[in-house]
Design a protein around this ligand. Structure first.
Ligand SMILES: Nc1ncnc2c1ncn2[C@@H]1O[C@H](COP(=O)(O)OP(=O)(O)O)[C@@H](O)[C@H]1O
Ligand SMILES: [Mg+2]
Length: 137
């Protein structure tokens, strides 16, 4: 069960790499906002920290329109990009997933999710990262 958590969570992982991973996700959301033909008034990037048993769960959600269903299974692939016109490398999410799953015993997943803000409904991408908690002795 996912629960909201008020206290600090101590997680097991590499802080530098985690910052890099969060930056990748944030920059991708910003890219999506920038690429939209129609600029929207409210650009939202929400982060939440939850607890699920012995894991910390970090949820990052944007309202930039979501990921087309025909590519959502490919976004973690090496060199997959929809930004070939703007020097996209398709490496960011691939490296993030490698780092998270091979070196940190964590998981990353994505889904499209609706968000409501100021009486408007938006679609966006939601990334979920699960990281083991440091068990306190
Ligand atoms: N928040 C997002 N909303 C919509 N599409 C996204 C989002 N984040 C990633 N993507 C898709 O995933 C692809 C791969 O992302 P990434 O590995 O960071 O490579 P790059 O940013 O160089 O294209 C992007 O090209 C884009 O199509
Ligand atoms: Mg990127």
């Amino acid at each position: 069960m996912l629960e909201e958590y008020d206290e600090d969570l101590e997680i097991l992982g590499y802080p530098r790499e985690l910052i890099q991973i969060f930056m990748n996700i944030f920059v991708n959301a910003i890219d999506e906002f920038e690429r939209k033909a129609e600029k929207q008034e409210f650009k939202i990037l929400k982060t939440k920290i939850l607890k699920d048993g012995n894991s910390g769960v970090i949820v990052i959600q944007d309202n930039a329109g979501g990921i087309p269903e025909n590519i959502i299974d490919k976004i973690f692939d090496s060199k997959f990009t929809t930004k070939s016109d703007t020097n996209g490398t398709g490496i960011g999410l691939y490296m993030s997933k490698e780092m998270i799953e091979k070196y940190m015993d964590c998981t990353i997943s994505v889904e499209n999710k609706e968000m409501e803000y100021s009486e408007q409904k938006y679609l966006g991408a939601q990334f979920t990262i699960k990281i083991p908690l440091k068990i306190k002795e």
